[in-house]
Design a protein around this ligand. Structure first.
Ligand SMILES: Cc1ncc(COP(=O)(O)O)c(C=O)c1O
Length: 454
């Protein structure tokens, strides 16, 4: 046996298994509604899970473990369009060949997970691939984390170590950085940290205002200056989501970001970009690349669509060894998938002005425009977003009626989620596996649901 290589016989068996798994999943290829009795027995199973978790589920959803492309099958036999992708991770679509392949390759390994003490070649390959994809920036290292929140915690610690005793951070209104003990203070919504002590001092400033683009930059720079006057001795960094997910996909312009980042650099602050939700999903692989900010970023966090989470950072921010460590890099299947995903995204037809992601964005925005100007006039008043992150507002854009809409849309065969508070938006995190025919069907359902409810 060659070292690290499977025998030809095992490889052949794996190839056969790969084909048969893919063929089985491919049967899940259109919307299907369930029978009443099948739905009831699924509801019973969901109730048991709710009891275990101590909280109700937002949707009556229990996956059968089968799905293909944009379609997911539930244990009641129903099939829906999954346009939220597990809150972002499922960028390629259900049962993507690279996911199946990654599982099979991981199954041939001698371990389930790998970590920082004993190196494996799979995390080596992933770090090579992802660092190659940011080679025009100063990001030179990657460290694995167990979640997006933990990747952000690592970023914060690396910054703190270089800037001690300056520990305050500038963040943006409506930000979401996670729910760890540190990131919950960057996260803007106070409901997410009820009764929590403050562990991190954060100064929030306004993000880009899409309704007032002309005055946005001045408003943000004025707020930054006001903070700087009081806090210049205690601030270490500015952290930002270039496209704010929880806020319903709020984003600025190249000019806005460049000016804000120039301001931060003049003040000698580190620039920390949170790409946990945006990684893979914009018109370039990273949102900072789409906005041409390569020269500014010092530290960038990723997660979700990569299948593993981590922190990319400059030479200067490389911490002393004791600061950042941990048992796991992650599960082998997800690490193998992470490398394959970055490679596939880099080499495939996805990015740039004519890439598939821009085409999907255009198809969704033009369909929403059409509805808002014709049959759903006055009922869909806002639509927006970028890349595979699309949002729109229905009715009066309030939370209760948007939740009601999302639940009705779910019954009609489409899974979405909410974003934002005032206004509340319907949020899609779209898979790349959508075809133009799927998009047509999706908008027939969005139209029907809007007209039924408003
Ligand atoms: C921008 C952003 N940062 C951080 C996180 C936290 O990631 P995780 O849920 O993996 O901890 C999220 C999760 O939604 C996010 O959207």
């Amino acid at each position: 046996m060659d070292i690290g290589k499977l025998s030809v016989e095992t490889q052949n068996q794996m190839n056969e298994l790969f084909s048969s798994i893919l063929l089985e999943h491919q049967k899940v290829n259109k919307i299907k509604h369930s029978k009443e009795e099948d739905f009831s027995s699924m509801e019973d199973a969901i109730k048991s899970y709710e009891k275990n978790k101590g909280r109700e589920s937002f949707f009556p959803y229990l996956s059968s473990g089968y799905g293909h492309g944009p379609f997911t099958q539930l244990i009641d036999g129903s099939v829906k369009y999954d346009l939220i992708g597990a809150m972002g991770p499922n960028l390629l679509g259900h049962s993507h060949p690279l996911y199946i392949k990654s599982h099979l390759e991981a199954a041939t390994s001698d371990v389930m997970t790998c970590g920082n003490l004993l190196n494996y070649k799979e995390p080596l390959r992933l770090t090579e691939e992802i660092l190659e994809s940011v080679k025009n920036s100063r990001l030179k290292h990657f460290w694995f984390a167990g979640s997006g929140s933990f990747a952000n915690d690592s970023a914060l610690k690396m910054i703190w170590q270089k800037k001690a005793p300056k520990y305050k951070v500038i963040a943006f209104n409506q930000a979401f950085a996670g729910r760890s003990i540190a990131t919950q203070d960057i996260t803007f919504n106070p409901k997410y940290r009820e009764n929590m002590p403050k562990t991190l001092e954060v100064c929030h400033v306004p993000h880009f205002d899409q309704k007032n683009p002309q005055s946005s930059l001045k408003r943000t720079l004025d707020a930054l200056e006001a903070i700087w006057k009081k806090e210049s001795e205690s601030i270490c960094a500015i952290t930002i989501e270039l496209i704010q997910g929880e806020a319903g996909f709020v984003y600025g312009t190249k000019h806005f970001y460049k000016e804000v980042f120039k301001w931060a650099k003049e003040k000698n602050l580190y620039i920390w970009v949170d790409e946990v939700q945006t990684f893979g999903r914009t018109r370039e692989m990273f949102a900072f690349q789409m906005f041409e900010l390569d020269e500014y970023v010092d530290i960038v966090t990723v997660g979700k669509a990569l299948q593993v989470c981590g922190t990319l950072y400059s030479e200067e921010l490389n911490p002393s060894p004791g600061l950042i460590a941990g048992t796991f890099n992650g599960a082998l299947a997800t690490i193998i998938a992470g490398q394959k995903i970055v490679n596939y995204l880099r080499k495939g037809p996805f990015y740039g002005e004519n890439g598939r992601i821009h085409q999907i964005e255009n198809a969704f925005l033009s369909s929403l425009k059409k509805l808002s100007e014709t049959t759903c006039k006055g009922k869909i008043k806002y639509y927006g977003g970028i890349g595979t992150m699309i949002s729109f507002e229905v009715g009066d854009s309030d939370k209760p009626s948007t939740i009601n809409f999302i639940k009705k849309l779910y019954q009609n065969g489409i899974i979405s989620f909410i974003a934002g508070d005032k206004p509340t938006r319907v949020r899609f995190l779209l898979p790349l596996s959508l075809t133009d025919e799927h998009i047509k069907e999706i908008f027939a359902i969005v139209e029907k649901t809007t007209l039924d409810l408003f």
